[in-house]
Design a protein around this ligand. Structure first.
Ligand code: PLP
Length: 419
């Protein structure tokens, strides 16, 4: 039966999926439904909530900002939250990243990055417009994001809108050199503007992990051939992989970095694309046609910027990295028992992200088992949203051992049930 609600939900097949669960509140690692049930948010509400829902410092900052300035056009005008936030971001990222461009979502931060890369080469008068991307990548659902992401069921109808990119094989264990060789060969062919990667782990592409040395090598090869490296840290940023940013583990500075999700601690939509001075300078000219032509109405919304500043203060004042290290250890201890279990494969972890594949007749995002798993977790009061037969847990950093136990016990029970 068709829903009574006029709301069309994202990544939702309304004809087969049950009605959306009404959420009325959130606190810490928990959501509360309209009828008073509690749900453990084991995926941080699509990977955005880092310190927990409604962290008091962020809530306070939002309230404070609402009383001063809600919104202002960001062309020709600026405001203190954005100025302070930009300086703070520059201070915590590698020194080579010197400029901050604001937008509203992970996808738009990627669009901005791609446009910056193409604009850079155009304004320098070099004919470089090819983009390289990893097989299996996910970079968002705008046209540029889809173009550089994996092609498949998600974007097949929109294919006529998408541009071609050169794909490098994913650097799976033992096959890393093939990726690096493909990168080198593509660069030698010429015309490469940039390589875009999700550093250390493909998120929506199946929580696939690759080692830091591969990322370091990718950077080295790009540098050798003068190609830009775009790091899409939309998912990996803000501590998810164990360090503030994933690139740190490889000692890599991207030429362009995309950050969103946990930027506001998961409270409000905001994104930034950081770039090197070279990229800014290529657009800097008395020629007005060389301006960076990108905007959205809510660019650098002051309330969202205030929330992001509060998030950065939490990182300074609270032992966030220690919480992350603790969560990392808690995951590791709980994952072990699944390693010898024949119903699971590819038990893996990086920092606060743990994933494993459940044996099923079909694999991949559209695997039939996915929706069944989702419902089974939900029935147990857990928000876990498997990527097909890949179950992953990526909770807020305030999650306790007991809360994680709920998730891991459910994984075991659900596997028993399904068998
Ligand atoms: N890039 C990566 C690596 C992501 O994981 C995502 C979202 O999951 C995006 C970009 C798109 O972000 P958003 O959904 O905020 O547009």
């Amino acid at each position: 039966m068709k829903s009574m609600s006029p709301v069309w939900h994202p990544f939702t097949q309304h004809a087969v999926q049950p009605e959306a669960t009404l959420i009325a509140g959130g606190e810490g690692a928990w959501l509360e439904t309209g009828d008073g049930r509690r749900i453990f948010d084991a995926i941080s509400s699509w990977w955005v909530v880092t310190h927990g829902h409604r962290h008091p410092h962020i809530v306070q900052a939002i309230k404070h900002q609402v009383d001063r300035l809600d919104q202002v056009i960001f062309a020709g005008f600026t405001h203190e939250p954005a100025e302070r936030l930009a300086r703070h971001l520059i201070a915590i990222t590698p020194p080579e990243l010197e400029y901050v461009f604001f937008s509203d979502s992970g996808s738009t931060s990627v669009e901005v990055a791609l446009k910056m890369a193409l604009g850079f080469w155009r304004h320098r008068g070099e004919n470089r417009s090819r983009i390289l991307a990893l097989e299996g990548a996910y970079h968002g659902d705008t046209i540029g994001g889809m173009s550089v992401g994996e092609r498949g069921v998600f974007n097949a109808p929109y294919d006529p809108l998408l541009f071609d990119v050169d794909r490098l094989p994913f650097p799976s264990a033992g096959r890393e050199q093939a990726t690096l060789d493909a990168l080198d060969a593509a660069c030698r062919n010429g015309g490469v503007a940039a390589l875009i990667v999700e550093p250390l782990i493909l998120g929506a592409g199946g929580m696939l992990i690759y080692p830091p040395w591969v990322l370091a090598e990718m950077k080295r090869i790009c540098r050798t051939h003068g190609a830009l490296l775009i790091a899409d840290e939309v998912m990996t940023g803000w501590g998810r992989t164990g360090t503030l940013f994933a690139c740190e583990q490889a000692g890599v500075t991207p030429d362009i970095g995309c950050y969103s999700k946990g930027l506001t601690g998961g409270s409000l939509p905001l994104a930034v694309t950081l770039c090197s001075a070279d990229i800014f300078d290529a657009h800097y000219s008395t020629d007005r046609t060389r301006a960076f032509f990108h905007s959205s109405s809510y660019t650098a919304n002051p309330i969202a910027c205030a929330a992001a500043l509060a998030n950065l203060e939490i990182w300074e004042r609270e032992p966030v990295l220690e919480r992350i290290a603790r969560l990392t250890t808690l995951h590791a201890a709980r994952l072990d028992r699944f390693r010898e279990n024949r119903r699971f494969a590819n038990v893996r972890q990086i920092g606060t992200i743990a994933a494993l594949d459940i044996a099923a007749s079909d694999a991949g995002y559209m695997a039939g088992i996915g929706p069944r798993l989702y419902q089974s977790f939900l029935a147990r009061g857990l928000l876990v949203r498997p990527l097909g037969n890949t179950i992953y847990i990526m909770p807020p950093y305030c999650s306790t051992a007991g809360e994680l136990d709920l998730a891991y016990e459910a994984i075991g029970e659900i596997a028993d049930e399904i068998e």
